[in-house]
Design a binder for this molecule. Structure first.
Ligand code: TPP
Ligand code: MG
Length: 291
């Protein structure tokens, strides 16, 4: 994201809390992720007046309310599209999108590949609790088939998707994963994502203590294994192999990080080529399109 927002202030994590009280259920993993965001902001000296926090709808999508920053609580599934627009219009701002597995991969699933392939310079933090929490417990694209939810009382009829494979396939330039019970790992991954220039995706498992009785904090603790120290984060094939969960273990840590031109860089190149703001004269556009 924009480096203009970094190393600007010296604030404590609590200084990034807004005046709005947090309304999640007791024991919800989302608290851990929010605290990791505060911590990452503090450690990077992020200027709150340079942050645009954007979300869709969901328990996780309430996050911008709790952060001292500019914010937009948008439509269900559209946070990525709004975030992309905000980033293009104001490349000097640090755009941080937060949301859930339902918001990002059900209704919002059509936006995810495009943010990734365009390398939009923003940070996307996905709170993956394998359920629709806000609407009280429906099956999501990351629910395990064994989960009996209100919409799947006999268990799920489909295989869950793998968000990491999806984002790696579509060209995200920073991909990491952790779970809410590891605050330092979460904060470090978010810090790396914020400091990265390009589309950063951080998948954080989050226990839903009200509606997902399977994916508990103990389950995530057993499920996850640190990314091996020898893993090369520039090796896409190796990152994908880890995302496919060898030995059934989900990787925790940074899987992938490469530098590539961002959408903002490419738009600036076009402006340079045409010698300023592009000319929107219709006749010229038609002539240019048919050389
Ligand atoms: C267009 C539209 N469809 C459906 C809904 C209902 N709805 C609100 S939040 C949500 C899913 C939330 O799940 P997730 O994104 O995983 O967030 P969580 O609450 O689990 O953090 C749904 C289906 C809506 N608000 N708008
Ligand atoms: Mg969810």
């Amino acid at each position: 994201m924009s480096s203009a927002a970094l190393n600007q202030v010296q604030l404590k994590p609590k200084d990034y809390k807004s005046e709005v009280s947090v309304v999640w259920c007791p024991g919800c993993g989302h608290f851990g992720i929010l605290n990791a965001i505060y911590r990452a902001f503090s450690e990077l000296g992020v200027d709150p007046t340079k942050v645009m926090a954007i979300s869709g709808i969901g328990c996780s999508s309430r996050t911008p309310y709790f952060i001292q920053s500019y914010k937009m609580h948008t439509l269900h599934g559209r946070a990525g599209a709004v975030g992309s627009g905000a980033q293009i219009a104001r490349p000097d701002l640090a755009v941080v999108v937060t949301g859930g597995d339902g918001d990002g991969f059900s209704i919002g699933g059509g936006h995810m590949p495009h943010m990734a392939r365009k390398n939009v310079d923003l940070t996307y933090i996905l709170y993956d609790n394998g359920i629709y929490g806000l609407t009280k417990g429906q099956y999501s694209p990351t629910s395990r088939p064994e989960l009996k939810a209100y919409t799947t009382p006999y268990g799920g009829p489909e295989e869950p998707m793998e968000p990491l494979l999806y984002m790696l396939t579509y060209g995200a330039t920073y991909v990491g994963q952790a779970f809410a019970g590891k605050p330092k790992v979460c904060a470090d991954l978010i810090k790396g994502a914020l400091a990265h220039k390009g589309f950063s995706y951080v998948n954080i498992f989050s226990q839903c203590t009200s509606f997902n009785y399977l994916d508990t904090i103990e389950y995530y603790r057993d499920l996850m294994e640190d990314v091996p120290a020898e893993h090369d984060v520039t090796d896409l094939g190796a990152a994908m192999a880890l995302a496919r969960r060898p030995n059934g273990k989900a990787p925790m840590g940074l899987l992938y990080k490469v530098d590539k031109p961002t959408l903002t860089d490419r738009l600036a190149d076009i402006r340079k080529r045409v010698g300023g703001t592009p000319d929107y004269d219709l006749k010229k556009i038609i002539d240019l399109s048919r050389p």
